[in-house]
Ligand binder design. Structure first.
Ligand SMILES: *Cc1c(COP(=O)(O)O)cnc(C)c1O
Length: 366
């Protein structure tokens, strides 16, 4: 009965509003909407109100595109993306500051990375200005889904892919740029809980000359099997070593790796096989700004296992402390969350969620 009432808002009895309390920060709209249970949010899919779609071709570039209600896409079964994986994704968050402002974190970096990835996958590049503008519009038109400060974020997912039919392996003629958004809960339900990891001995994520350095959709399905297996055996994720020597740390699942030894922060250098994370870059810049020495170099797994602290970094979890790593027969425990890890986490999340100053100008208000 209630869904019918929602569809026909003219039938909405005022009395029912008591059951559907609008989030206090919500822009007022004509029709009452069901409330959102912020505390039930996890990192999983929820359908929101609005999405964006633009079409592109090599000749004409990108159409202006349009905002529309969230809905399925129509694609030919011969679409290049479905058959050959010609596509990439991006991921970023909109957050509500304590004063109610909604901000994005360095969206121009996502735009640049998407453009670089598009070049690698032979897709027309979405201009940086258009990319950032669209992300702002999607966040804005899904404003009621941005969780209150400290209770989660609105995860924004841009995708770019070859949409027209292609039978031989070659780039498509037509492309789509789609952006949708999903509210997600805080990654750490009970504060910063260190995770346990296992080094993958049988699988590698990316090889030199391949596509590991871009968010190509095809890079992710092959990681599902080893990741699922590790999770079923009690680990949170796997650590990938490099594909040539099987000796140097590359990534933690879909997050970048950091470790701390004698007050020096180490992270694997970008060699093309590692995804250049925006969280990674921000941690490096932040660490240097507070006088911490940062070394971007090859990180030998045996060195990492001797470190004082270790953590991984990415948009989803921001900074996730590593509690233990298993490598072949050896298990190393790092103990409680390290002080450098905690300091960087507090400083970075403070800037991100608007609870502290942003001396870098990283946040962009929508
Ligand atoms: C997205 C991603 C990251 C983290 O990048 P952020 O920009 O910090 O979110 C790290 N590794 C992989 C493989 C990724 O796909």
């Amino acid at each position: 009965m209630l869904p019918a009432l929602i569809a026909h808002t003219t039938l909405w009895p005022e009395a029912l509003n008591a059951f559907f309390v609008r989030a206090p920060h919500m822009a007022s709209s004509e029709s009452p909407v069901p409330p959102i249970d912020w505390d039930a949010l996890t990192f999983s899919f929820t359908e929101t109100d609005r999405m964006f779609v633009a079409h592109g071709t090599w000749e004409d570039g990108w159409s202006e595109g349009e905002m529309m209600d969230f809905q399925p896409l129509t694609l030919t079964p011969a679409a290049c993306v479905l058959n050959y994986g010609q596509g990439l994704f991006e991921g970023m968050k909109a957050r509500m500051a304590p004063d109610g402002r909604i901000t994005l974190f360095r969206p121009e970096m996502n735009a640049r990375r998407a453009a670089e990835g598009s070049a690698r996958l032979v897709m027309p590049e979405v201009p940086e200005e258009m990319f950032v503008d669209v992300v702002k519009r999607v966040a804005s038109e899904n404003r009621r889904w941005v969780p209150p400060n400290g209770r989660g974020e609105l995860y924004i997912r841009p995708i770019i892919f070859g949409s027209s039919a292609r039978l031989g392996v070659a780039p498509a003629d037509e492309y789509m740029f789609v952006v949708f958004a999903v509210p997600v809960g805080p990654y750490f339900k009970g504060g910063m809980t260190p995770i346990s990891l296992r080094v993958s001995q049988d699988h590698h994520r990316a090889a030199p000359g391949g596509s590991g350095g871009v968010k190509a959709i095809g890079n992710y399905a092959p990681g599902m099997m080893p990741s699922k297996k590790a999770k079923s055996e009690g680990y949170s994720e796997i650590i990938y070593l490099d594909a040539v020597d099987h000796q140097y740390v590359e990534e933690v699942g879909a997050a970048n790796f950091f470790c701390v030894r004698d007050n020096v922060l180490y992270t694997p250098e970008l060699t093309g096989t590692i995804l250049p994370g925006i969280t990674r870059l921000s941690i490096i810049e932040l660490a240097r700004s507070i006088g911490l020495e940062v070394k971007e170099e090859r990180v030998d797994i045996d060195f990492a296992l001797e470190c004082d602290e270790a953590f991984c970094a990415g948009t989803a979890a921001v900074i996730s402390p590593i509690g233990s790593i298993e490598h072949v027969e050896r298990v190393v425990n790092y103990g409680d969350v390290g002080k450098v890890t905690l300091d960087l986490y507090r400083r970075l999340t403070g800037i991100m969620d608007g609870s502290s100053e942003d001396p870098f100008g990283w946040t962009l208000e929508i």
